[in-house]
Design a protein around this ligand. Structure first.
Ligand SMILES: Cc1cc2nc3c(=O)[nH]c(=O)nc-3n(C[C@H](O)[C@H](O)[C@H](O)COP(=O)(O)O)c2cc1C
Length: 236
């Protein structure tokens, strides 16, 4: 049997090639996730390229969010003075300074129904959907937001921030970019230093990104994970 598949300028001419292509792809995904770990020591001398940072920005923007509202902002820091100051408010974790870039995932401090207005204006512009078609859903969402307290909205928005973190971590793994997800920091201090309040933002998660140091003690440790049968429940 002869199958021709053209993928990234490569031509696969036999079913065995196709089989190998798919097996390799599956292996690569798991291998990439095995390769990544929460880096404790970054190589201070290495910097991510503009293309790599752009990939992370796009991945952040492509993160799915509830109703597609994207109640998130990503602060991208490449400033050693600021990074050094932030270490003091990150339980002295050196990754914050030593990483090439420091990403801070933020949510709005207060979330208002004008966000719904902005979202539907964007849908209208991008998809040219008539407003009469969008209005019923827009009214539903506006009512949903209006009946929630700011605490409930902050919690909801925080959940979206964690989806963005997961998405970034996976993309980092696939792109061979090292990272360390971090909750161990003082959001109030971050908000103050990064002047987030003035932008109606508050910090939720931190993600130093860059390259692992050759002498990071965590680098060669085996991954600690449950057995699949202890974490997966199958219903047939
Ligand atoms: C939400 C979240 C917060 C975390 N906060 C920290 C942190 O502040 N500092 C740190 O060194 N690691 C932090 N970690 C890393 C975890 O300890 C690590 O992901 C976990 O032990 C699994 O190890 P692995 O990522 O190396 O596979 C955090 C991870 C997550 C997902």
């Amino acid at each position: 049997m002869c199958i021709n598949i053209t993928n990234r300028n490569l031509t696969f001419s036999t079913s065995i090639d196709v089989f190998l292509l798919f097996t390799t792809k599956i292996m690569n995904t798991i291998e990439s996730l095995q390769w990544r770990y929460a880096v404790k020591k970054f190589d201070k001398e290495k910097t991510l390229s503009a293309t790599q940072i752009h990939t992370l920005k796009e991945a952040f923007n492509l993160t799915p969010t509830s109703y597609g509202l994207q109640p998130l902002k990503l602060i991208v820091i490449q400033n050693k003075t600021i990074q050094e100051e932030l270490v003091l408010h990150s339980m002295n974790q050196p990754q914050v300074l030593e990483a090439s870039h420091l990403l801070v995932i933020c949510i709005p401090k207060t979330y208002e129904t004008k966000e719904i207005e902005n979202y539907f204006n964007l849908v209208k512009k991008v998809r040219q959907t008539p407003i009469e078609i969008l209005n019923p859903f827009k009214e539903f969402l506006t009512a949903q937001i209006a009946q929630k307290t700011q605490e409930e909205l902050a919690l909801w928005n925080k959940n979206q921030a964690y989806i963005a973190l997961g998405n970034l971590l996976t993309v980092c793994a696939l792109e061979k970019i090292d990272a360390c997800p971090m909750e161990g920091f003082n959001p109030e201090k971050y908000d103050e230093i990064l002047k987030l309040k003035a932008q109606n933002l508050t910090s939720v998660l931190v993600l130093p990104v860059g390259f692992r140091a050759k002498d990071d003690y965590m680098k060669d440790l085996k991954k600690v994970r449950k057995n699949l049968e202890d974490i997966i429940v199958e219903i047939n």
